[in-house]
Design a protein around this ligand. Structure first.
Ligand SMILES: C[S@@+](CC[C@H](N)C(=O)[O-])C[C@H]1O[C@@H](n2cnc3c(N)ncnc32)[C@H](O)[C@@H]1O
Ligand SMILES: [Zn+2]
Length: 262
C-alpha cells in the first residue's frame, strides 16, 4: 500500500528498510514506525503536534470518555477493510478500530512525537510519519479513510480511496465542550457547522453523536483542555478558572460526515 514520497514508486520492505525501484530508502525507527516525509521536512524539524500535546491526548483518550465516538466509527468498518487513520495522533483510535473490528488499520501523522508514542504502544498496528498534502499511499487502495478533528486534503483523500471506499470525516459539533467553554469565556460561541461542498467527494451521510463527559479530577479536566485549540488562545487567568475546578461535567458532540468518491 505504501509508495515513495519522492517518486511515488511502490515501496518494498527489506529487513528494516523500505525502498523504491529508484533506491530512495526509508529506515524503520526502533519503535517500528517509518518516517515517509520527504524534502525539507525530512531533517526532523519539529512540525505537527509536540510531545506535551501528544501526552495530553493520550492521557485523556485512555480515560475512555471519547469511546462513544470510536464505537460509532467502528459501526462503519468491516472486518476485511483496509482502514487508514489520517492524522491519527498518538494512535488510540487507530488501534481501537483494529481491535474492535478486526480490520487492517494503519495510521499516519505529520508529528513524529505522536507517531513515536503510537508505535511504541500499539505494536499490532502500523504507523508512519507523513503529510496529508502528499499521502504516501497507492491510488485507490483504501476501503475506509478516517479523519478525526484534523486538516482536510480533498484531492489526496479522493485519490487514495477505492472506487467504493469511503471517508469518515469527524468534526466537533455545535455544542462540543459547551460547559467547558462556559467556564473559560464570558460569551462562549457555538462551533460552526461545516457545509463545504467538494468537487471530488460526495457527502452521503451526516450523523451527530454525543455524550456527557464527567471529568472527575483536575488532571482529567486539564488533559482534555490541553488537547483543544482553546488551550493556546486562553489567558493564564482564564486557564486558572478551569484548573481550580474539582470536577466538570460537559457535553461532547461530534459530527461524522461520510463521503464517497465522485
Ligand atoms: C487535533 S489532532 C487529532 C489527532 C487524532 N486524530 C485524534 O483525534 O486523537 C490533529 C492532528 O493532525 C496532525 N496534523 C496537522 N497537520 C498535518 C498534516 N499536514 N499532515 C498530517 N497530519 C497533520 C497533528 O500533528 C495532530 O496530531
Ligand atoms: Zn522513490
Amino acid at each position: 500500500m505504501l509508495i515513495c514520497p519522492v517518486c511515488s514508486g511502490e515501496l518494498t520492505k527489506n529487513g528494516n528498510t523500505y525502498k523504491c525501484s529508484l533506491n530512495h530508502s526509508f529506515d524503520m525507527a526502533k519503535e517500528g514506525y517509518v518516517n515517509l516525509l520527504s524534502g525539507k521536512h525530512k531533517a526532523g524539524e519539529l512540525i505537527g503536534d509536540n510531545r506535551d500535546m501528544a501526552k495530553a491526548r493520550r492521557l485523556f483518550l485512555e480515560t475512555g470518555h471519547y469511546d462513544f465516538l470510536a464505537e460509532s466509527i467502528c459501526s462503519h468498518i468491516g472486518g476485511n477493510d483496509n482502514v487508514l487513520d489520517i492524522s491519527c495522533g498518538e494512535g488510540y483510535y487507530t488501534d481501537y478500530f483494529r481491535r474492535k473490528t478486526g480490520a487492517c488499520a494503519s495510521g499516519f501523522d505529520i508529528s513524529k512525537e505522536m507517531i513515536r508514542l503510537a508505535a511504541k504502544k500499539y505494536k499490532e498496528t502500523f504507523f508512519f510519519v507523513a503529510n496529508i498534502a502528499r499521502i504516501p499511499v497507492k491510488d485507490e487502495s483504501v476501503d475506509v479513510a478516517v479523519q478525526i478533528c484534523a486538516p482536510f486534503s480533498e484531492k489526496e483523500f479522493a485519490r487514495i480511496l477505492k472506487k467504493d471506499g469511503k471517508l469518515l470525516s469527524v468534526v466537533p459539533g455545535r455544542k462540543h465542550l459547551w460547559e467547558m467553554k462556559e467556564v473559560l469565556y464570558s460569551t462562549p460561541y457555538e462551533n460552526n457547522e461545516d457545509d463545504t461542498v467538494y468537487e471530488s467527494l460526495i457527502l452521503t451521510d451526516e450523523a451527530t453523536v454525543k455524550s456527557t463527559v464527567r471529568l472527575s479530577t483536575p488532571e482529567e479536566i486539564m488533559s482534555l483542555f490541553a488537547m483543544t485549540p482553546y488551550y493556546y488562545r486562553t489567558s493564564d487567568e482564564d486557564k486558572a478558572k478551569l484548573g481550580s475546578l474539582p470536577y466538570l461535567e460537559t457535553q461532547a458532540e461530534f459530527t461524522i460526515r461520510t463521503f464517497t468518491r465522485r
